[in-house]
Design a protein around this ligand. Structure first.
Ligand code: HEC
Ligand code: HEC
Length: 326
């Protein structure tokens, strides 16, 4: 979602509150049904995720910017939505997104249900109004019957966001060499990757922010990737100077598939990222003190890159369960 639309002007705030109520009801709806209805919800969510029908120009689906082959990113520094409009941030991976407690780079969305209304209504993404979304769904030849089967109700924002969130929560995958190594398979990672892992969890200080199963603490930090904080980041929500340029630590899973890197795609390769940290980042008043010169040798930089590559899950790009409907 573009930065402009996340600024909450008074009108946006009212619309936002109305949408939030329906999306919170959606969270309850996602959880409340089981059995064959659960399968119907999942398949409906998959169809909607891959369907460009829900965009103002009929050309953009969630999957345009969240592509399976790229671990559900789009390969661009920033994303391109309806009518070729560009946003200001890079599309994050959706693999294991259910484990993220704060969504968006600035962390401003607490649930997948609420989040989904962002791209659907963002001028630079799918560019529909809430009214257009509901009327389009109700006019569709097959969706109304599918919503009845899945939720026992007509398509509305609550059932739409519940279906999308159900599909997103199914994007769970932990089959990287790192997982097999952690489970005791010593040959799953190369010697270089093992040395890189030791650096990651010690001398290179990465683990302070990139920790847990998805290598993210889900907290906002400024990693000194910009000399001037062009994007307010978490300060968009708090209004505080010290939060300018802070972003929720991204997951590092499947990082080999998700270039370019950082919130606006400012770095192209993993080597460039590691060299950035090794240099201590750029001078920035809000830089986290853990981002400081690391003194890694060229060989250690290569080892750290090898470890990052061992976080790529080779099944993500090909798993038919994550792909479009048959
Ligand atoms: C035009 C490209 C585009 C489209 C279309 C799009 N997204 Fe995104 N998505 C993005 C960008 C860019 C961000 C990051 C925005 C930000 O943080 O400000 C994002 C963020 C997200 C996030 C937050 C992930 C995280 O870890 O914080 C989720 C979840 C998500 N999108 C799901 C969806 C769903 C569901 C749809 C379809 C309804 C969709 N997206 C459509 C580009 C897109
Ligand atoms: C102080 C917390 C912190 C530390 C320490 C840290 N990171 Fe990060 N990392 C972040 C944040 C925050 C971002 C996103 C910044 C942005 O988008 O501007 C990030 C982004 C990244 C990215 C790009 C992810 C993407 O999807 O674009 C990679 C790769 C990365 N870090 C690797 C590392 C490595 C390797 C280390 C150790 C050398 C490290 N990080 C240390 C907080 C940290």
């Amino acid at each position: 979602m573009s930065t402009s639309s996340t600024f909450l002007g008074p009108r946006r705030l009212l619309i936002g509150l109305a949408l939030a109520c329906s999306a919170l009801a959606g969270a309850a709806l996602s959880a409340s049904l089981g059995g064959t209805q659960a399968a119907a919800k999942l398949e409906l969510g998959r169809a909607l995720f891959y369907d460009p029908y829900l965009s103002a120009d009929g050309a953009v689906s969630c999957a345009s910017c969240h592509q399976q082959s790229k671990a559900f990113t789009d390969g661009g520094a920033v994303s391109t939505g309806a009518f070729g409009r560009t946003g200001q941030r890079s599309a994050p991976s959706l693999v294991n997104v259910a484990a993220r407690s704060k969504l968006f780079w600035h962390g401003g969305s607490p649930s997948l249900e609420l989040q989904a209304l962002g791209p659907l209504t963002d001028h630079n993404e799918m560019a529909l109004t809430p009214e257009q979304i509901v009327s389009k769904l109700r006019q569709h030849p097959t969706y109304p019957a599918r919503f009845q089967a899945a939720f026992g109700r007509e398509p509305d924002l609550t059932s739409l966001t519940a279906a999308l969130a159900t599909f997103e929560r199914s994007l769970v995958s932990y089959n990287a060499p790192f997982d097999r190594y952690s489970a005791g398979e010593a040959s799953a990672m190369s010697a270089a990757a093992v040395r890189g892992m030791d650096l990651f969890y010690d001398k290179a200080e990465c683990f302070h922010c990139h920790n847990g199963k998805n290598l993210s603490d889900n907290l906002p930090h400024n990693n000194a990737s910009e000399l001037f904080n062009e994007d307010l980041g978490a300060a968009q929500l708090t209004g505080r100077d010290e939060d300018v340029g802070k972003f929720i630590t991204p997951t590092l899973r499947n990082i080999g598939l998700t270039a370019p890197y950082m919130h606006a795609g400012s770095m192209s390769t993993l080597r460039e990222v590691v060299e950035h940290y090794n240099a201590g980042g750029q001078p920035n008043p809000n830089a986290d003190p853990l981002v400081r010169p690391l003194g890694l040798s060229e060989a250690e930089i290569s080892d750290l890159v090898a470890f990052l590559q061992a976080l790529d899950d080779p099944t993500v790009a090909t798993n038919p369960a994550f792909g479009p409907p048959k």
